[in-house]
Write a protein that binds this ligand. Structure first.
Ligand SMILES: Nc1ncnc2c1ncn2[C@@H]1O[C@H](COP(=O)(O)OP(=O)(O)OP(=O)(O)O)[C@@H](O)[C@H]1O
Length: 896
């Protein structure tokens, strides 16, 4: 039969005792000697009985195995708490002698150690041999199923052997109880289940704040607000600093609320922990998580991908945090695969788990889980397994941050102190901040624009140049670069207009100070836009298709070797059909799209190298309104004035009209007021942008671009959606504003280009088709003059007249005759005239420019006809820009 066998630990440091007993009296010593002798006879296992009674908690067995007397059952209990894997079985004898007559009562209680059966993670690598009935690697073993009955039998036998010679009458009884085990110990379960469960709830608010911050940033990205602020000169560092500051306030509010709620609900883990430790833990967790989330947004372009990341993190938190907080984390931080190596000097520290530590530098919730688990160990109480009473934990104080005592002595110097979680939080924040700044620059935006992965070398080189040549030297060098000859690349197009060629030559040889010099600027779009998964999916589809072509690849030359110049005080209007390349040209100039080749200089600063300087002196009104819905017009002006770093006094106009009325004084004029008034938005200054009409938004976007009086103003279709009255207000404002600066404007309104443009260029399919002032364009590409003749009333139907077929038939021959007569009369005066249209009772003639001297004869003839009543009305006008535009487009379509 199997008896109590000797367990053979692998290391002395983890030595185990087979048995402990108490009290250590002469009687019990003798009983245990009987037990040992009988056990040896039966099992051949020699258990050694130690002679000294232990009094010190830190005692370890002298030999590998044995039977050890202990001073009290409390000592056994406490020792088992401190050394859960050490004692296999314990016996507590109690002897009751009856007051009068009757048998003596001998009871013994056997403690068995369930740590051996259940707690497999506390000391990984610690193995009892197979012979001992327990092998950690074969976790299914049940050492007590066999050993407990044997132990009872052995003790009964020993007691009977002890009492037999005395022939006393005794009553024997026994009871069984588990040692305090991993399942009942503070810090490792039961109460700790609360801690681990709470850890989920505690980390969740931080996750929510993180996801909210991610969504805020992504929305700013999607709505192009971030891009717009950057175009107006907001630096990346300032943008992110503002985000981090907001995140800090959120973290402080949230952390404080968490601590306050914990105290309000009298949660033991809170009330038994120093408030400052808790506050730091929660604030730094929220802040670290938020910054981690913000870092991830640099990889996302759309809300969907940010939400995907956020969701993945929430799942990771829900899964990992409780596991780590519960205490199953020792092997995460320390590499215990080879156990704790033993040397003659003592214990060697096992190496740290480098991988976990590196991840902890990036992922704040791992540090939280570790810290929370440690807080739980100290602050939560235990249930005394002997009497079921609650024993309060010692409490987690400020000093515990650096003086945390591991429940397992052997881990004391191995496991990190709680304070390291706080320092790691700070590292999380710093690393996330630096990486955010870096990835925000190098990950391409939706236009594919990004900086080189080694862009910081460029900044270092700039700094070096500044130190070496001084500011003036650097400016001189840049100016030389901007004024060098830049030859035209490739072959010119066929049938190029002479003015376009001349403009190109000027741009090639430009050696004077101009506002904008565009040289060979080209942009080719090659992809279907951003979206990793979309492109992957399309690529896979194409790979699987029979043709195996990358059909998702679009090669589109949006702008092709553009060369032009604009002068200061000039408003340059760029016209073109949809998709002609106007916006792309603009985007390259204000730096949201990288040119595929070529360059441009704005006041001698290159768009390739000096974009931050350019942005400081540039105003941009992009094609789509980029406004914050919940900011008023006035607040928008203030925000962008702040971004442009305008002095505070520039913003000091009071908004409170009543105050000024009281003082009988007019409201202070300011530039913000004058701009708002110029575009008729002063009355709506307190209306939120979300509530403005489309035209009002456009007007607001237009004046926002003028903040800071930029040297170059880029306006992409600024008056789209405006009514004619307000459009004229904007025109008047721009006409005045262009003084001292250069304005580049794209528009589909020929009227606008005609009214505002000092120089007008027409783009077709990425090329310049025509360039010059409006008169020159009209003269060169227009049909000279248009003469419109409305025929007399008797020959046309009234607009409100419903004509019958007979009436129409009656009118038609006579009208035809009159039209023929007029056409012949016009032809006889001006031979080169062309009848362009004769529908609806109106005849339109095109008169060439060179026929101007015959114009007097024509007007005389028309007046005479009007007097006779043949003609109702007539008028002469120069060809409109629209006709020029249409004729150029038609010509290029014909050529294709
Ligand atoms: N991000 C992009 N990715 C791929 N192709 C683009 C992108 N942006 C523009 N394009 C293409 O480049 C060409 C020029 O577009 P662009 O927006 O510059 O035209 P536009 O002259 O401004 O037109 P509109 O008057 O309609 O604004 C078009 O063919 C367009 O499809």
């Amino acid at each position: 039969m199997e008896g109590i066998s000797q367990c053979q630990p692998e290391r002395l440091s983890n030595a185990c005792m087979t048995l402990v007993y108490t009290p250590a009296t002469a009687e019990t010593n003798e009983i245990m000697t009987h037990f040992q002798t009988k056990n040896q006879v039966r099992t051949n296992a020699a258990l050694k009985i130690e002679s000294d009674v232990w009094t010190d908690m830190s005692s370890v067995p002298k030999s590998n195995m044995g039977i050890v007397p202990m001073p009290s059952d409390q000592f056994i209990y406490d020792y088992a708490l401190a050394h859960p894997d050490t004692i296999q079985l314990g016996v507590v004898f109690t002897k009751e002698t009856p007051a009068t007559t009757g048998p003596i009562q001998w009871n013994y209680q056997i403690y068995y150690n369930m740590s051996h059966a259940t707690n497999t993670s506390t000391l990984p690598g610690f193995k009892y041999t197979k012979e001992a009935g327990y092998n950690r690697q074969r976790q299914a073993d049940d050492p007590y199923g066999v050993q407990l009955p044997n132990m009872i039998r052995g003790l009964d036998e020993a007691l009977l052997t002890f009492f037999d010679p005395q022939r006393q009458q005794v009553d024997l009884d026994y009871s069984l109880k588990s040692f305090p085990t991993a399942s009942s110990r503070n810090g490792y379960s039961s109460a700790d289940d609360v801690a681990s469960f709470l850890s989920n709830l505690m980390a969740l608010p931080a996750c929510i704040t993180m996801v909210m911050a991610m969504l805020r940033v992504i929305r700013e990205k999607e709505s192009k607000c971030k891009e717009s602020m950057q175009m107006m000169g907001l630096s990346t560092t300032v943008y992110w600093s503002a985000q981090w500051l907001t995140a800090w306030f959120m973290a402080v509010i949230q952390g404080s609320m968490m601590v306050a709620l914990g105290y309000a609900f009298k949660m033991v883990i809170f009330t038994n922990t120093n408030w400052f430790v808790l506050w730091c833990t929660f604030v730094l967790l929220t802040y670290g998580m938020t910054l981690f989330g913000l870092l991830l947004t640099t990889f996302c372009q759309k809300t969907g991908s940010a939400l995907g990341f956020g969701f993945a993190i929430v799942v990771a938190v829900l899964v990992t945090v409780p596991i780590i907080a519960q205490g199953s984390w020792v092997s995460m931080w320390v590499d215990l695969t080879d156990g704790i190596p033993e040397t003659v000097d003592g214990i060697h520290f096992p190496p740290p788990q480098r991988f976990t530590w590196v991840i902890s530098l990036f992922v704040p919730f791992l540090n939280f889980a570790r810290m929370w688990g440690q807080i739980g160990v100290y602050s939560l109480g235990t249930i005394d397994s002997r009497d079921g009473t609650y024993v309060a934990g010692p409490g987690f104080f400020l000093s515990t941050l650096t003086h945390f005592k591991q429940t397992d002595q052997v881990l004391q110097d191995i496991m990190p102190q709680p304070v390291s979680a706080l320092t790691y939080y700070i590292a999380n924040v710093l690393i996330a901040a630096v990486l955010t700044l870096y990835f925000d620059q190098v990950i391409p935006n939706e236009h594919g624009h990004s900086r080189s992965v080694f862009f910081f070398f460029g900044s270092i080189a700039n700094l070096y140049r500044r130190i070496r040549y001084g500011s003036d030297g650097v400016i001189r060098k840049k100016s030389e670069d901007a004024h060098r000859i830049i030859p035209y690349e490739g072959q010119p197009l066929e049938n190029e207009d002479s003015d376009v060629v001349a403009e190109r030559e000027r741009a090639v040889h430009c050696q004077s100070e101009v506002a904008i010099r565009i040289s060979n600027l080209s942009k080719t779009y090659t992809k279907n836009g951003p979206g990793f998964f979309k492109n992957l999916y399309l690529t896979l589809c194409c790979c699987c298709s029979r043709q195996r072509r990358r059909s998702n690849k679009i090669v589109n030359k949006a702008v092709d070797r553009l060369n032009l110049i604009t002068e200061p005080n000039e408003l340059f209007a760029l016209l073109g059909q949809n998709g002609a390349g106007k916006s792309t040209t603009m985007q390259m100039l204000y730096g949201v799209t990288d040119p595929t080749s070529g360059s441009a200089f704005l006041f001698s600063r290159s768009i390739l190298n000096d974009m931050s300087e350019i942005r400081a002196s540039m105003g941009v009104c992009p094609q789509h309104d980029v406004l914050f819905n919940d900011l008023t017009c006035w607040e928008h002006m203030q925000l962008y004035a702040g971004i442009k770093d305008l002095p505070a006094e520039a913003l000091l106009a009071s908004l409170n009209e009543k105050e000024y009325n009281k003082e009988n004084e007019r409201e202070k004029p300011s530039w913000i007021r004058s701009r708002l008034e110029a575009v008729q938005l002063w009355k709506d200054r307190d209306t939120m942008a979300g509530r403005l009409s489309g035209g009002m938004k456009r007007r607001l976007s237009t004046i926002i671009s003028t903040i800071g009086d930029p040297d170059v103003l880029i306006l992409d279709e600024p008056t789209t959606g405006m009514d004619p009255v307000h459009r004229r207000h904007v025109w008047t404002f721009l006409a005045q504003f262009k003084r001292g600066r250069s304005i580049l404007l794209t528009t589909h309104s020929m009227e606008e280009a005609d009214a505002l443009g000092d120089k007008v260029a027409i783009m077709v399919s990425g090329h310049l088709k025509a360039i010059g002032n409006t008169t020159r364009l009209k003269n060169k590409f227009g049909n000279g003059y248009r003469v419109e003749i409305a025929l007399g009333q008797q020959h046309t139907l009234q607009s409100n007249q419903v004509a019958s077929v007979t009436e129409i038939n009656a009118i038609a021959p006579s009208q035809k005759k009159i039209q023929q007569e007029i056409a012949e009369a016009v032809k006889s005066i001006i031979r080169d005239s062309v009848l362009l249209d004769e529908s609806g009772g109106v005849m339109v003639f095109g008169i060439p420019m060179q026929a101007i001297e015959h114009m007097a004869g024509l007007t005389a003839m028309l007046e005479k006809s009007q007097a006779k009543g043949t003609i109702k009305n007539w008028g002469i006008a120069q060809t409109s820009l629209e006709e020029v535009f249409l004729s150029l487009i038609r010509a290029s379509e014909d050529r294709h």
